[in-house]
Design a protein around this ligand. Structure first.
Ligand code: NAP
Length: 290
């Protein structure tokens, strides 16, 4: 296996020396962390999201050119998910627009073991830009900054998943790798699988949150139909329900249980364990009772 130099910032930034770095999903779980790191280095960053100025909307192609103006590198965190219907043609069109606009480097965030996401990856690989693909495991932050917050706070997390192990990855690690790929040489043409250092079940992860917060939180395995019915009752849009049930059934079947050490290979330090995330999030009061 090729051993990369640790991603210590060296000041060599070939792709973005002359342009801005556009961070799509720049207010989200990974994008906001990427933006913070780039800004801390004094690099020219543009947030790409519907609430940014200029606004960027995946569903409105007229917003793409203004967001891409003067941009030479792009971090792509697609919303809602590269596995959702319509993602592949949208990524193909966006990648073409980016190339036409002068973008020379793209870092694409994808999931692991998702055929649909791989079709999106291929558009970026075929585009002629310097590409880096980040195939990430389930984010630890899904428990604290996403759709699992509410059930965790309610003390009962019912999911259609059994004893399958998942090597939850910390979004901080994803952001560190993304920034390395955006700012350093040596990452073009690389596909990195970003996982945490060990696999654990959802029940185990919930157990760790219960311990760290000192609150009773039950994990309840349910059938896919029960899960979909509960989401419908909560007013979740059908396309989002479809996406979640797909992720829990098709993708969480054990294909992604294995740990890959690409975080350490790129950053020169071990990936952060989900326990460290849970402890820090609990201390920060993310799951504090209202
Ligand atoms: N969660 C996981 O466990 C996991 C695992 C592997 C891979 N992934 C991949 O991660 C990606 C999502 O990244 P993330 O979790 O960092 O993002 P996220 O937290 O889901 O953030 C959503 C971001 O997208 C923006 N957004 C929402 N709708 C938009 C639209 N129509 N047009 C443009 N921007 C829009 C939001 O800002 P505004 O509201 O201001 O527009 C926000 O910045 C997905 O493609 C998924 O495949 C996720």
């Amino acid at each position: 296996m090729v051993r990369l130099k640790p991603a210590v910032f060296t000041g060599t930034m070939t792709a973005n020396t002359h342009g801005k770095i556009l961070v799509l999903g720049g207010t989200g779980k990974t994008g906001s962390r990427v933006v913070r790191r780039l800004e801390a280095r004094g690099l020219p960053v543009r947030v790409g999201s519907r609430s940014a100025e200029p606004p960027f909307d995946w569903e409105d192609q007229s917003t793409w050119a203004p967001a891409l103006r003067d941009v030479t590198s792009v971090y792509v965190a697609y919303y809602p998910d590269l596995a959702s219907p319509g993602a592949s043609p949208t990524i193909r069109s966006f990648t073409q627009a980016a190339v036409d606009s002068g973008v020379r480097r793209m870092v694409l965030l994808a999931g692991r073991g998702e055929e649909e996401a791989e079709a999106c990856e291929q558009h970026v690989r075929d585009s002629g830009v310097e590409w880096t693909i980040l195939r990430a495991a389930w984010f630890a932050q899904n428990f604290g900054e996403s759709f699992l917050v509410e059930p965790v706070l309610a003390g009962e997390v019912a999911l259609p998943v059994g004893d399958v192990g998942e090597p939850f990855v910390d979004a901080e690690d994803i952001a560190d790798v993304a920034v390395a790929a955006l700012t350093e040489d040596g990452h073009a043409g690389q596909l990195y699988e970003l996982t945490g250092p060990r696999s654990l079940t959802f029940a185990d992860a919930i157990g760790e949150i219960a311990t760290a917060t000192g609150r009773p939180i039950r994990f309840v395995p349910v059938s896919v139909d029960e899960y979909a019915a509960a989401l419908t009752q909560h007013g979740v849009p059908p396309e989002y329900i479809q996406l979640l049930t797909y992720l829990f059934t098709t993708v969480l079947d054990g294909r992604n249980t294995h740990v890959v050490n690409d975080v350490e290979r790129v950053l020169g330090r071990p990936a952060r364990d989900v326990s460290a995330y849970v402890r820090a999030a609990a201390e920060a009061g993310i799951w504090a009772a209202e």
